[in-house]
Write a protein that binds this ligand. Structure first.
Ligand SMILES: Cc1cc2nc3c(=O)[nH]c(=O)nc-3n(C[C@H](O)[C@H](O)[C@H](O)COP(=O)(O)OP(=O)(O)OC[C@H]3O[C@@H](n4cnc5c(N)ncnc54)[C@H](O)[C@@H]3O)c2cc1C
Length: 468
């Protein structure tokens, strides 16, 4: 009788799961397990929003497995301790999981492999986290990893694809296991504890496979046709909102690619996701430091007051404040808005991109190490896919009038500005006092003065980036 453990991590699904398929094909008994690692759910990078989403995913996964006569056992601890112990108790010969690409995951997974080997158990890693299966082998003509997106993308399009796998027949398990699995749901209380520095959003997307499938369906049937035109429009809500589903794996990247294959502009975004995972895999040191060596010793402005104003959406720049408040309110922010606030933090305020990365990590439901780090470095002009810094130094007023031309996005998240006439909405500080009074928005009283002057800040940023 062969027995296998499937270790679920950020792959909250039963379909298109190469590890689950391999386990069900190769073993008579398959034991699904999830391990709550307190370093992740309660450590310095934890997020109350992600914990809630994960909890919803886990409850649904547990229900789905229970309906099949199986069950997801939830344990708390270090995987390198829990898995060898559990494998020995069960008498499982092998543990299977989908490989992950971040530095933290890779070192943890190496420890798990070694710990299992020590007790005579095998660990089997399978691909399934991103669209392509072999990021290690995708290299440029010179034999080195790509550092620029467009050539990566051209090559990415030509990579072989794995078929989307159906859910396998999952063997039923003894009643004792199913009961233990249901009882272990109580461990999920850990995911409901408040986390210092991480606000729980009031209006957040729901986690779980059903909600994810519904979002994918809505996107493909209603929005995808217009994605190219609307994805940058801040008020239109023209994007898929699938980022958290992709992060937690309630949808597989490959299944989303197949469902959206005909929409090139959207598929390109999936390639960006693969690209940042790929970059972090090939250059793990960029988790801590700038990809571009010349910017590693850069002097950033040290001003907690400015950082606080940015985090709270109180900078006096309406589009920046709307975006930052969207994040606090929904645990989500539109991609164009992420770019605007990223440019504002690093260029206008001159603050270290890691301050932004950290705040996003603490609040985004889709907070993802590779995507967050890669995008922050990109917008700070210190990462891969480099371009002169001023090309990513955005004017917040111009961005607002271009991407929120009716002001609907700003008014949605900054109620103080609701009655400000459109002609002043991007520069409310230019309103004559009489207009401020009519609009019930006196600058400095109801809405802040701009924390910096954009023209001066722009010049200072250009100087700051002028590194010998
Ligand atoms: C400073 C900054 C930080 C970011 N941090 C994160 C993060 O922590 N987690 C995260 O998932 N995305 C991050 N992004 C990328 C992007 O903003 C989000 O993926 C996107 O807004 C999610 O909304 P959506 O699912 O509706 O996107 P869609 O436009 O519908 O895109 C579909 C999918 O493509 C992927 N994608 C889209 N844009 C990007 C991109 N620029 N880079 C990588 N993948 C992309 C995402 O998985 C997304 O779900 C960040 C962007 C910036 C500028």
């Amino acid at each position: 009788m062969t027995k296998a453990i499937v270790w679920f991590r950020n792959d909250m699904r039963l379909n298109d799961h190469p590890a689950l398929v391999a386990a069900c094909e190769g073993a008579d008994e398959v034991y699904p397990v999830f391990i709550v690692d307190e370093r992740l759910v309660n450590g310095s990078r934890a997020s109350a929003n992600r914990n809630r989403f994960l909890r919803q995913c886990l409850i649904e996964l547990q229900t789905a497995l229970a309906q099949r006569g199986s069950g997801l056992l939830i344990r708390v601890g270090r995987p390198e301790v829990v898995l060898p112990e559990l494998a020995s108790q069960i008498g499982a010969q092998v543990v299977l999981a989908l490989s992950d690409l971040t530095p933290f995951a890779r070192s943890r997974d190496e420890r798990v492999t070694t710990a299992l080997r020590t007790v005579g158990k095998a660990m089997k890693w399978l691909p399934g986290r991103i669209v392509i299966d072999t990021p290690a082998e995708l290299l440029s003509g010179s034999g080195r990893p790509y550092q620029v997106f467009t050539p990566f993308y051209k090559s990415w399009l030509l990579q072989p694809r794995r078929p989307v796998l159906d859910e396998p027949v999952i063997p039923k398990l003894p009643l004792t296991w199913s009961k233990a699995a249901i009882a272990s749901l109580s461990k999920l209380e850990l995911l409901s504890s408040p986390i210092a520095g991480s606000t729980l959003a009031q209006q957040a997307v729901a986690g779980g496979r059903h909600a994810a499938q519904e979002r994918l369906h809505q996107f493909v049937t209603i929005k995808a046709d217009q994605y190219q035109e609307l994805h940058d429009d801040l008020a239109a809500d023209g994007t898929s909102h699938l980022s958290a589903d992709l992060h937690f794996g309630s949808l597989s990247a490959r299944e989303v690619e197949v469902a959206t294959e005909v929409f090139d502009a959207f598929r390109r975004q999936l390639a960006w996701r693969d690209f940042y995972q790929y970059v972090l895999w090939h250059f793990p040191d960029t988790i801590k430091m700038e990809f571009q060596e010349r910017y590693r010793g850069m002097t950033w402005v040290d001003d907690e007051g400015l950082a606080h104003a940015w985090r709270q959406g109180q900078t006096g720049y309406p589009v920046v404040d709307a975006a930052m408040r969207q994040l606090l309110h929904e645990g989500y922010m539109h991609n164009r808005a992420r770019l605007i606030v990223g440019s504002f933090l690093t260029k206008d305020l001159g603050l270290d991109w890691r301050i932004g990365e950290d705040h996003f990590t603490r609040h985004l439901i889709d907070g993802d190490t590779a995507n967050n780090n890669g995008n922050w470095q990109w917008i700070a002009s210190v990462g891969v896919d480099s371009a002169p810094m001023f090309r990513r130094l955005y004017n917040p007023m111009t961005q607002q009038t271009r991407y929120d031309p009716t002001g609907a996005y700003v008014r949605r998240y900054v109620p103080e500005l609701a009655a400000v006439p459109l002609e002043y909405l991007a520069r409310p500080w230019e309103m004559p006092l009489a207009v401020q009074k009519t609009a019930q928005c006196v600058i400095g009283r109801d809405y802040p003065e701009p924390v910096v002057d954009h023209v001066e800040a722009r010049q200072a940023a250009i100087e700051r980036y002028r590194i010998p």
